[in-house]
Design a binder for this molecule. Structure first.
Ligand code: ZN
Length: 163
């Protein structure tokens, strides 16, 4: 069975950056997605189209086909008092928060720098601007269920998502 739209694909993968550092890894066939539903980055999805179970291959994906170029315009310096945290939950570099962008979309912001009471927050995806090196193993390809297709995502292990 070939990978095409409306198939459920199980992958093992290792993701590295240009320096060979491992950024992410899925080795126990726990990663499963709905092909053609833009659940994964475009560069990876496009490269998987037409592959079959047991295929193994390497991929290099440029930022524009992954998490986008780094955009310095979506960093912002805010006052520490903007954060309603208690002392046990002090603001630290690397902390992530959910936020809403001006157009209403949910985005993850990351604390990138702290200077006294000034906190720099960064709305870029942590992998923005990074060229991704994937080693991919197609573990399984199956037909997605009608419910999965109508929801636009996989229900792994028969879980319901509450939609
Ligand atoms: Zn669902």
């Amino acid at each position: 069975m070939k990978i095409e739209n409306n198939k459920a694909i199980t992958l093992n993968y290792t993701l590295k950056d240009d320096q060979g550092e491992i950024l992410d890894q899925s080795n126990n066939a726990s990663f499963i997605y709905l092909h053609g539903a833009q659940n994964i980055i475009p560069g990876l999805e496009d490269s998987l189209t037409g592959r079959v179970k047991d295929d193994k291959f390497d991929l290099v994906i440029k930022p524009e086909d992954a998490y986008g170029e780094y955009n310095s315009k979506i960093t912002q310096v805010v006052d520490r008092s903007m954060f309603d945290t208690d002392e046990a939950n002090e603001i630290q570099v690397g902390m992530q928060f959910q936020s809403q962008s001006e157009d209403g979309a949910m985005m993850i912001i990351t604390v990138s720098e702290i200077n006294g009471d000034k906190v720099t927050i960064d709305g870029n995806h942590p992998l923005a601007g990074i060229t991704l090196h994937y080693n991919v193993h197609v573990v399984d390809v199956r037909d997605a269920t009608e419910e999965e297709i109508s929801h636009g995502h996989i229900h792994a292990h028969g879980e319901s998502c509450g939609h």
